[in-house]
Design a protein around this ligand. Sequence first.
Ligand code: NAD
Ligand code: DAU
Length: 352
Amino acid sequence: MSKKNILITGGAGFIGSHVVRLFVNKYPDYQIINFDKLTYAGNLENLRDIDQKPNYTFVKGDILDEAFVEETFVKYAINSVIHLAAESHVDRSITNPLEFIQTNVIGTANLMNVARKCWGDDFSDKRFYHVSTDEVYGSLGATGYFTEETSYDPRSPYSSSKASSDHLVRAYYHTYGFPMVISNCSNNYGANQFPEKLIPLFINNIKQEKPLPVYGKGDNVRDWLWVNDHADAIDVIFHKGENGETYNIGGNNEWQNIKLIKFLCRIMDEKLGREQGASEKLITYVKDRSGHDQRYAIDASKLKNELGWSPSIKFEQGLENTVEWYLENEDWLNNVTSGDYTKYYNQQYNAR
Ligand code: NAD
Ligand code: DAU
């Protein structure tokens, strides 16, 4: 295997930090450069256990800053990119779409332009891996699955910005032979997820006996995957995926929101030693998210059949482990929920 100097963008975020840890530990011969702007969602505490390793470097930078991205490419002789940096929360995209277009669309184009400039026409041993989402495919009814052939039909500013970036990445492949691969993954859960997303938000609210704001009727369906399984899939696709190809990643694990929330409430009651049913009383139905996609469900058979990946852990076990992680890491939760987050939370939920 050739020597790799990999720029991982967004490596201080939720999924990125798991990908960085996996690569740093599993591939001591690779140099891993974590390039992250440290927005509200980026947190170097996520990587404390590996930040002294000799094959790890953190660079604080913005993917929109072309000159600095280029300087970083040159300084570290970057020959691979795993691109996770993004604005990732749908609700925030509804209130501030332009920020999503800037980071997710322009930021991605910027990175590819720098890569082309630094790599010239020699794409041998080069790879640009764009990490995307199943939300680009739109919203399913009661039946059917998203495959790699499903037409794009994004409905939120977030998913539209990710869809735009996917199109650009594919366009660079067709136009310039750019050595890209894309994966589109379903909803992740696990340690270090910012508590604006459903599972960590509700764990935190249950802990504090605050209302659990369920959008609409709570009948939307998501397909949940443990974040470490996503990181493993990224490892497999990075090494074995074909240039120009797209791979769907999913947990084969659909849950209606309200069923998941009630299940989470039962686990929390047990872990906190509360009477069964106590947490469910916190459920509060609130105004639905605008343009709320009804159902996501991924067909990940291409990834399984062609590259041999499938999820390692059952959701019931993964969710219990996740709850334990948040309860044991109270400081992490307190640190990320102070300051600006409190302002966002009040705006988001008082407006409903
Ligand atoms: P996150 O919001 O937790 O982390 C995003 C990271 O990107 C943060 O560390 C942030 O500081 C960094 N970042 C943001 N703007 C930047 C910029 N301009 N320059 C450099 N760094 C910047 O996101 P996540 O949930 O870990 O998602 C990571 C990627 O995976 C995203 O591209 C997202 O679309 C995709 N994805 C997420 C999920 C999910 O369930 N969370 C599922 C499928 C795909
Ligand atoms: O499908 C992959 C996507 O999953 C990723 O691309 C996104 O980055 C990630 O944020 C996630 O998007 P969702 O919108 O599905 O995740 P979220 O955790 O925000 O919401 C999950 C479901 O729970 C959704 O149907 C909305 C609902 N919900 C969410 C919140 C935050 C509520 O009912 N109440 C809430 O307070």
